[in-house]
Design a protein around this ligand. Structure first.
Ligand SMILES: Nc1ncnc2c1ncn2[C@@H]1O[C@H](COP(=O)(O)OP(=O)(O)OP(=O)(O)O)[C@@H](O)[C@H]1O
Length: 411
């Protein structure tokens, strides 16, 4: 037997597919096959040790949920072997296994029992589950009255509070609000540190990269790439970008209006252009923004730019107003400005821009363009660190004794 906590060898899962629903019944009555086999997973091999974390990524229909169900023990392989050792706890499709008529407390008891806890363990763990889920008085209400966010709180609390040997988490977390998502991710990190093995599936590639050491990219049921999370996520993003039609490259955001001759009326944004579609960390980054000043004086036309990561995190926002920059008119009512970052500090990821045309008070918005100029940043290597941005830093060798250092901080 392998020492790995999870060990899959040449695993395959094939689902029977019927042309017509009645074929399943006919097959059973006539005892003659009336289905074809659809291979949702083929020849999947991987091993995870205690404390390992694996992200599963891939397109819709790639086989991610099938792999999770297999690991959770909800599905048996039709080929190969799948060994998962220790107590596993899975957070799969939202609300699976919940009894809608039962209260949150009753469902929590049931969920803990189904995960193999004894009566005494359930009694000990129940307050922790309820505290984590933060359902308040709703804990006593039937689950059918819960919002989807409340269901995911309860399901995650049950799955995570018991510190299983293997925790399997599907996309379901995305249903929770930002506060609970952060709390859940923090909890996942905590139990990872305590030696739990995590399998995490998400379309949010940042979460996969942040949470997982390894990742597997599934493509039409087979392993396209298995390796460290950063490499696999980068390769997947590369492939997605390559098959994006050229017309969908939004490096240049098109005009919404004819610039020439548009001298009257409210100011409007024109072209917004990036100097390149892909960047490496520390490349020169430049965005040129055109606008029509319309009937406004130059002093009352300002450009604001926000760089946003594709999980909606705002990385940086600034405006000509903040920086005290005065726009220049080309003489035809068109103004343009270039926003330049000489050494782009962003780390690997997909980003886009928001561009705002604002007045001198910064309150009135003449025009805006959201989610435009999509671009990608790739860092040269993992040595550049993880996260969103490369921050200037240095390491200093500390020669004082710890007491001296503590005193210095206290002082
Ligand atoms: N019970 C089933 N019977 C027949 N085919 C199935 C069954 N369940 C899944 N499939 C098929 O297996 C393939 C893989 O499905 P799966 O749900 O694992 O994909 P996924 O990667 O999780 O997709 P998504 O990102 O859309 O959730 C799909 O083509 C799906 O149609």
């Amino acid at each position: 037997m392998s020492a790995a906590v999870i060990h899959l060898q040449h695993v395959g899962v094939a689902y029977p597919r019927y042309t017509h629903p009645r074929d399943a019944l006919l097959e059973w009555v006539l005892r003659r096959p009336r289905h074809t086999l659809f291979h949702a997973l083929r020849d999947v091999s991987l091993s995870l040790d205690a404390g390992d974390s694996l992200g599963i990524i891939g397109d819709n229909g790639a086989g991610k949920s099938t792999l999770l169900k297999l690991l959770a023990g909800n599905l048996a392989p039709t080929a190969g072997t799948c060994v998962v050792q220790g107590r596993r706890s899975a957070l799969l499709e939202l609300g699976t296994g919940m009894q809608p008529e039962f209260s949150g407390v009753e469902n929590a008891r049931m969920g803990l029992a189904l995960r193999g806890l004894t009566h005494a363990e359930i009694t000990a763990k129940l307050p922790e589950v309820l505290a984590f889920a933060e359902l308040g008085e709703f804990a006593q209400q039937p689950v059918k009255t819960y919002s989807s966010g409340m269901v995911v709180r309860l399901v995650f609390a049950i799955a995570a509070v018991i510190e299983p040997d293997v925790l399997i988490v599907d996309e379901a977390l995305a249903v929770g609000d930002q506060y609970f998502q952060k709390k859940s991710l923090d909890r996942m990190r905590e139990i990872l540190r305590n030696g739990t093995t995590l399998v995490f599936c998400s379309h949010n590639l940042y979460q996969v990269r942040e949470m997982c050491r390894k990742a597997v990219w599934l493509e039409r049921g087979t392993v396209r790439l298995l390796g460290d999370a950063q490499t696999v996520v980068d390769a997947y993003q590369d492939a997605v970008r390559k098959r994006t039609p050229v017309g969908a490259d939004l490096r240049v955001c098109p005009d919404r209006c004819e610039l020439e001759g548009a001298h009257v009326g409210a100011p409007l944004l024109g072209n917004v252009t990036l100097n390149r579609p892909h960047f490496q960390t520390h490349d020169r980054f430049a965005v040129t923004v055109q606008a029509i000043r319309g009937n406004r004086p130059l002093s009352d036309v300002h450009i604001g730019i926000v760089i946003r990561r594709n999980d909606d995190i705002q990385c940086f926002g600034i405006s000509t107003l903040h920086d005290g920059v005065q726009m220049q008119d080309h003489g035809n009512g068109v103004v343009s400005t270039r926003f330049v970052i000489e050494r782009l500090p962003l780390l690997s990821g997909e980003y886009c821009l928001e561009v705002w045309l604002i007045d001198a008070s910064g309150v009135h918005v003449y025009d805006s363009r959201e989610r435009c100029c999509h671009f990608r940043v790739q860092q040269a290597s993992q040595q550049q660190g993880v996260g969103m941005a490369w921050l200037p830093h240095r390491w200093e060798v500390v020669v004082e004794s710890p007491e001296v250092a503590t005193d210095a901080v206290a002082a």
